[in-house]
Ligand binder design. Structure first.
Ligand SMILES: Nc1ncnc2c1ncn2[C@@H]1O[C@H](COP(=O)(O)OP(=O)(O)OP(=O)(O)O)[C@@H](O)[C@H]1O
Length: 265
């Protein structure tokens, strides 16, 4: 049972070390606090190595931690769960399966009959603009199309929480802008909560209700920025002076950290 009032994600005083207990350990995260509300879209941005993926893996239930708590929908995380789905930078599609089999794979694992799971997959393929490609193989698709399949596959299992680890970073800049608006369009029709990792400041601001900035050595949260841009967001949003201002603010914070890091190195 999940708590209907609880946030989608609640991370408190989270500390994580890598390395063997008793051996040389590296503190990857220190005292991290983060909340993602129900239906909220939250991005995490920060310099390389600040622990973004580490944190996402913990929320996904595939990596443990040393101190603190990680709750999803009010319940302590003890492993992966059906209410969470992840979209990876590398697409992680199964190359020997067609698009429709990739999208419906999670439903097959859950024992759903072919006709039923294909019907769900077809609806999702339509919503990501790939209705005509159900019999294609991943290698026949562009990177952007493959990531649309990745998104449809994640949505197929009806998650309440979508974890996205730099999902658009391997995709060309123009396609990426289109995928951002398409993702928001799909998200706006659901009550999904999203935790999205990115290195792109404009992407973080464009997509999010909140942008969480992290610093490194060890990873920690430095800022949580409320993005007060109206929704729905579209190409006009990118020209909004407030968008430019917020993106500039994020860059100022990150640039400061990177310069400090360079001086310390
Ligand atoms: N399995 C591991 N064993 C040891 N150290 C690790 C492991 N995974 C990550 N690290 C270290 O932990 C720190 C955080 O890594 P993580 O990949 O979470 O950062 P990140 O912010 O996602 O980085 P990037 O932006 O480059 O993807 C880094 O210093 C990394 O080298």
């Amino acid at each position: 049972m999940t708590d209907l009032q609880a946030p989608a994600i609640s991370i408190s005083n989270l500390t994580k070390y890598y390395g063997p207990a008793g051996g040389q350990r590296m503190k990857a995260l220190e005292n991290v606090n983060l909340t993602v509300g129900r239906g909220e879209f939250v991005s995490i941005i920060g310099p390389s190595g600040c622990g973004k993926t580490t944190m996402l893996k913990m929320v996904g239930g595939i990596l443990g931690w040393d101190e603190g708590t990680v709750e999803v929908l009010g319940k302590g995380v003890t492993g992966p769960g059906p209410e969470r789905a992840t979209v990876f930078q590398s697409f992680a599609l199964l190359p020997w399966m067609t698009v429709i089999d990739n999208v419906s794979f999670g439903l097959k694992v859950r024992g759903m009959a072919k006709q039923e799971r294909y019907a769900i997959a077809r609806t999702l393929l339509t919503s990501v603009g790939l209705a005509d490609f159900e019999n294609s193989y991943p290698r026949q698709l562009s990177g952007g199309m493959q990531q649309r399949v990745g998104l449809a596959r994640a949505l197929a299992v009806s998650p309440q929480l979508l974890l996205m680890d730099e999902p658009f970073s391997a995709i060309d800049a123009q396609t990426r802008l289109i995928l951002q608006t398409d993702l928001l369009d799909i998200w706006s029709k659901t009550d999904l909560s999203v935790l999205f990792i990115t290195h792109a400041m404009d992407e973080a601001v464009f997509l999010s209700d909140k942008v969480v900035i992290m610093g490194a050595r060890p990873g920690h949260v430095t800022d949580v920025i409320d993005v007060d841009l109206p929704r729905p967001r579209n190409e006009e949003t990118r020209r909004d002076p407030r968008f430019v201002e917020l993106t500039g603010f994020v860059w100022d914070r990150l640039r400061g950290m990177i310069q400090e890091d360079g001086q310390a190195a």
